[in-house]
Design a protein around this ligand. Structure first.
Ligand code: SAH
Ligand code: MG
Length: 215
């Protein structure tokens, strides 16, 4: 990794309660990767941040806790209907996240509960809708963009194309589920990561499948 890794502070501003809430929240964010999210958000320094893929709020706790410490806000975009792999009958479906009345995935109540219990409502804003729709109306410059939404090629590239133009010149781009080896996972986030490198981003840090980049 480049010397830019020095730009990411080692110290965590997460309280014990935040750490516990992040652990307890349902989701797909290993703790070590969550801590890197948090540190990158501290380094991004207080501006508006946006994540695609809020799910039940796990990553939002790591990012939102940095917003509380530094100022700033996290917009968490998700239609809360789950990705392909979260649908009933699929590998990553959690039955607790399926609405018993409609039979549809609905992670919004879980997201809300996580953010409420962590006391992060003043720093984390749920934006409920499909990412390309939100992107097509988005105007606010972002200090950090975290892509963790749909994993089809179409969805992952649309997230990148829709929101990277709103990233500040020196903004931080974070991509989750980057697997160089197809045996380890789907390739769309990896292809988006390669596209970012081709388009002038540089590696700053990595942990597990999380990549942190800057221009
Ligand atoms: N960051 C989360 C995990 C995200 S899972 C964590 O820390 O646990 C991926 C999420 O992306 C799902 O909740 C799904 O609903 C959402 N998603 C997938 N495609 C989307 C799209 N096109 N627009 C908005 N949200 C989407
Ligand atoms: Mg992910």
């Amino acid at each position: 990794m480049s010397d830019l890794a020095d730009a990411i502070p080692e110290d965590s501003a997460m309280t014990g309660a935040d750490l516990q809430a992040a652990h307890a929240a349902r989701g797909f964010m290993p703790h070590a990767e969550g801590l890197l999210l948090h540190r990158a958000a501290l380094a991004a320094g207080g501006g508006p941040m946006l994540e695609i893929g809020g799910y039940c709020g796990k990553s939002a706790v790591y990012l939102g806790s940095a917003a509380r410490h530094r100022g700033g806000v996290l917009f968490s975009v998700d239609h809360h209907r789950g990705s392909e792999e979260n649908q009933p009958g699929e590998l990553y479906c959690d039955s607790a996240v399926v609405d018993v009345q409609t039979g549809k995935v609905d992670s919004l109540p879980h997201f809300r509960r996580t953010i409420e219990e962590t006391g992060l409502e003043a720093w984390v804003v749920a934006v409920v809708g499909s990412s390309p729709l939100v992107a097509s109306h988005w105007c606010t410059p972002l200090s950090l963009l975290f892509i963790d939404g749909g994993h089809t090629e179409e969805a992952a590239h649309a997230d990148y194309a829709g929101f990277v133009p709103h990233l500040d010149g020196s903004g931080w781009l974070l991509i989750h589920d980057v697997f160089g080896d197809p045996a380890d996972g789907g390739q769309a986030p990896f292809h988006v990561y390669c596209r970012a490198l081709e388009e002038g981003f540089r590696d700053v840090a990595a942990e597990g499948s999380l990549r942190v980049l800057r221009r």
